[in-house]
Design a protein around this ligand. Structure first.
Ligand code: CMC
Length: 423
C-alpha cells in the first residue's frame, strides 16, 4: 500500500501505512512528532491503534469476531472455556496433553492461601463483589511476589484459577455463608456455580443447562481486542507492573457502567421501568432527550456499527435457558420489546445503536440465581484470559515501550505565585 501524505505548515511528509492480515490499514505516525513537532489528538482513541496484536480480530461493520482466527460462533457452540483460555493466551488450540496439563494446573492452583480468608472477614457485608475481586487479585501479588515471568505459566494458571475462587468467596461473603472450596473433576463453570450455591449442609447439583450457558457466556466475554479494560491492562503492564496488579487494574476498569458494569445496569434499568408501570416507550423518549442524561443500557458500542455477534448468541441462549426451565421472565419480554422499538426508531438507526453483549446476559444470570451485583464479576472471569493474553503479548514484544500518551495543554500560561495574604 502507498505511503500516506501529510501537508503540515507548508511541508510535505510521507507516513508509512501498516496493513494487517485482514487488510486493516493504519497510518504509522510513530515518528510524527520527531518530524513535524506536532502530535495527533484523538480523545477516547476511536481512531488510534495502540499496538499490533495477533489475538482477536473484530470487524464492527460486519459483526465479525474471531479469536486467533476461529469464529466466535464456532467456539461458543463447541469449545470449552478452558481451551478457549489456552487458545487466547498461547495462540493455538491445545492438544490433548496440553489441555490435560492445563486443567490439572487450574485445579491445583484453585485454592487461595488460607490467610487470605481473613481479608474477606474485613470487608463489610455490603461490599460490592467487584471491589473484593479487584482487591484480592491485587493482593495475590503479595503472596506470589517472585518474578512472575520466571515461571509465567504457573502464575497464569494461578491467577485464572484463583480469581474464580475469589469470585465465589466474595459472593459467599455477601450472603454471609461459609465458603465452599473448589473440587477437581468439575468444569470451570460447574465449579464456580457449585462454590457459589452449595452450602456445607446442602450439595448443589449444577444443572447442565446452567453449566452450558455459563460456559458460553464466559467464552463470549473472553476477549474483545483493545477495549477499555484490556487497554488498561496493557497500560499498567507496560510499566512492568506484575501480572496480578495488571489484572486487578483490568477488573477496576471493567467495573464502570459504560463497560462491564452495563450488565448490572441493564437489569436495574428494566426493573426501574417495571416499577414505574412498564411504559418502555416513555423511557425511550427519555433516552432520546439528551438533557435527561439517561442512556439505553446494553445498547451501543464503540466498534460495532451493525450488530454485536455476541448479543445474538446470548439472546438465543436466554430463550433456551428460560424455555428449559419453563420460566417466563417479564424482564426478557420487556427487553425484547425495547429492542424491537429501538431498532425501528430513527434516533437509534441514525446512530447505529444495537444491543450489545450486556443487553441479554443479565436475563441468563437472573435465571441461574446469580445476584445482580455478581454480574460484572462473571464478566471479569470471562475476560481474564483475554487480559492475560494481551499482557503476555505486550511483554513478549521486544519493541514494547511504556504507554505514555501526550496531551494538548489548555491551562493557564506562566504566572507568578501570589502569597496567601495578598490573595
Ligand atoms: N443510549 C442512548 N444514546 C446513545 C447510547 C445509548 N446506549 N449509546 C450511544 N448513544 C448516542 C450518544 O448520545 C451519541 O449521540 P450524539 O451523536 O447525538 O451525541 C452517539 O450515540 C454516539 O455515542 P458515543 O457516546 O459517542 O459512543 P461511544 O462509542 O463513545 O460509546 C458506549 C460507546 C458503549 C460507551 C455507549 O454506546 C454507551 O454508553 N452505551 C450504554 C452502556 C453500555 O451498554 N455499555 C456496554 C458496552 S458493550 C460491553 C463492553 O464492551 O463493556
Amino acid at each position: 500500500m502507498d505511503n500516506a501524505k501529510l501537508v503540515y505548515n507548508g511541508q510535505d511528509y510521507e507516513l508509512p501505512v501498516v496493513v494487517g492480515t485482514e487488510n486493516e490499514a493504519g497510518i504509522d505516525i510513530s515518528k510524527l512528532r520527531a518530524q513535524t513537532g506536532a502530535i495527533t489528538l484523538d480523545p477516547g482513541y476511536p481512531n488510534t491503534g495502540s499496538c499490533l496484536s495477533a489475538i482477536t480480530y473484530l470487524d464492527g461493520e460486519n459483526g465479525i469476531l474471531r479469536y486467533r482466527g476461529y469464529p466466535i460462533e464456532q467456539l461458543a457452540e463447541s469449545a470449552t472455556f478452558t481451551e478457549v483460555a489456552w487458545l487466547l493466551i498461547y495462540g493455538e488450540l491445545p492438544n490433548k496433553a496440553q489441555l490435560g496439563d492445563w486443567r490439572r494446573q487450574l485445579s491445583k492452583h484453585s485454592f487461595i492461601h488460607e490467610d487470605m480468608l481473613k481479608f474477606f472477614e474485613g470487608f463489610p457485608i455490603t461490599a460490592h463483589p467487584m471491589a473484593i475481586l479487584a482487591s484480592m487479585v491485587c493482593a495475590l501479588s503479595a503472596y506470589y511476589p517472585e518474578n512472575v515471568e520466571e515461571d509465567l505459566q504457573t502464575n497464569i494458571a494461578r491467577v485464572m484459577a484463583k480469581a474464580k475462587t475469589i469470585a465465589a468467596f466474595s459472593y459467599k461473603k455477601s450472603v454471609g455463608e461459609p465458603v465452599i472450596y473448589p473440587i477437581s473433576g468439575y468444569t470451570y463453570s460447574a465449579n464456580l456455580l457449585r462454590m457459589m450455591f452449595a452450602t456445607p449442609s446442602e450439595p448443589y447439583e449444577v444443572p447442565k443447562v446452567f453449566e452450558d450457558a455459563l460456559r458460553m457466556l464466559l467464552i463470549l466475554h473472553a476477549d474483545h481486542e483493545q477495549n477499555c479494560s484490556t487497554s488498561t491492562v496493557r497500560m499498567v503492564g507496560s510499566s512492568q507492573a506484575s501480572l496480578y496488579a495488571s489484572m486487578a487494574a483490568g477488573v477496576t476498569a471493567l467495573w464502570g457502567p459504560r463497560h462491564g458494569g452495563a450488565n448490572q445496569a441493564v437489569i436495574e434499568m428494566l426493573e426501574q421501568i417495571v416499577a414505574e408501570g412498564g411504559d418502555y416507550k416513555k423511557f425511550l423518549d427519555r433516552v432520546k432527550n439528551k438533557d435527561s442524561g439517561v442512556r439505553l443500557m446494553g445498547f451501543g458500542h464503540r466498534v460495532y456499527r451493525n450488530f454485536d455477534p455476541r448479543a445474538k448468541l446470548i439472546k438465543k441462549q436466554a430463550d433456551k435457558v428460560l424455555n428449559h426451565l419453563g420460566l417466563q421472565d417479564p424482564l426478557l419480554d420487556l427487553a425484547k420489546n425495547m429492542e424491537e422499538a429501538a431498532l425501528a426508531d430513527d434516533y437509534f438507526i441514525e446512530r447505529k445503536l444495537y444491543p450489545n453483549v450486556d443487553f441479554y446476559s443479565g436475563i441468563i444470570y437472573r435465571a441461574m440465581g446469580v445476584p445482580l451485583n455478581m454480574y460484572t464479576v462473571m464478566f471479569a472471569l470471562g475476560r481474564l484470559p483475554g487480559w492475560i493474553a494481551h499482557w503476555k503479548e505486550m511483554r513478549e514484544d521486544p519493541q514494547n515501550k511504556i504507554y505514555r500518551p501526550r496531551q494538548i495543554y489548555t491551562g493557564a500560561t506562566q504566572r507568578d505565585f501570589v502569597p496567601l495574604e495578598e490573595r
